[in-house]
Ligand binder design. Sequence first.
Ligand SMILES: *Cc1c(COP(=O)(O)O)cnc(C)c1O
Length: 337
Amino acid sequence: MLAAIHRLPILTAMRLPDFYDVRAAAGRVAGHAHRTPVMRSTTADTRHGVQFFFKCENFQRMGAFKFRGAYNAVASLTPAQRDNGVIAFSSGNHAQAIALAARLLDTRATLLMPSDAPAAKLEATRGYGAAIVTYDRFREDRQALTQRLADEHGLELIPPYDHPAVIAGQGTAALELFEETGPLDALFVCLGGGGLLAGSLLAAATLAPDCAVYGVEPQAGDDGRQSLRAGRIVTIPVPRTIADGAMTTHLGQLTFPIIQQHVRDIVTVTDAQLVGAMRFFAERMKMVVEPTGCLAAAAAFEHAPRWHGKRVGVLVSGGNVDLAAFARALSEDPPAN
Ligand SMILES: *Cc1c(COP(=O)(O)O)cnc(C)c1O
């Protein structure tokens, strides 16, 4: 009985975000998130016969679009919630995004990170002023642990993708892209838990309703594609891929219905194709892009024949990559496929 009563406000709080939420988010992040450049590449255009527009979130604050959703979520809290502080679990970009947003908005962030997370990542997050709680990823359920800490200390839990303000915030990247380029014929967006794709779809549905928006997953982790085909959220085991930002096992309760309603299709690329795109960005556009950030470009290059002569947007999602691993991947012989 208690549990049922407890559930109600959560459900009502979790209404689906819409375009107006993305526009409101754009107002909140303006002047705080970078308005990242939209870059062109004559080499890419000539090679593939397409006009590409790369929205470069690798140049976003803390190095990925995640800052947008985190900032919008923290900025949307009531003063009382902000007084208590926020909590999140992540070993990746969401952790740094929440830590930085909390610092900028004068609230405290607590982050749950696995005890075996790379020291550099723990340090970076701590460097933004967040309190780190480590847990044993093999023995403890991080979601339950986070919820318990949130309840005990009255902290506001901000999940990495399945949250209305996070989705709306992520949508501001595509909103800026359309503002700058006008309508596009197609847009490719990477897909992990679906925050960025859902937000992009909300922006596109209003600003560029004829634009075909594609979600892009690593081949080894195509739960989104499976979910779209099955008409329900499919959960897979943790996929093995170099796209560490897309190692999610399932879409969210909020992201899935938005994706289901608006996406043209969900496509996949191999790790070898990701390395190929990473090499292209480094060699031709002089950009460091992390493997997950290469998903959309790798798919856009592969599907270029279908978009011959058209205007195609590519969301480059982030640039946080261990430089030694980056150098290793690029120094190996180009992959066969
Ligand atoms: C989190 C992340 C993704 C996946 O985003 P979702 O909103 O979970 O789909 C893709 N690229 C980078 C760089 C990320 O940090």
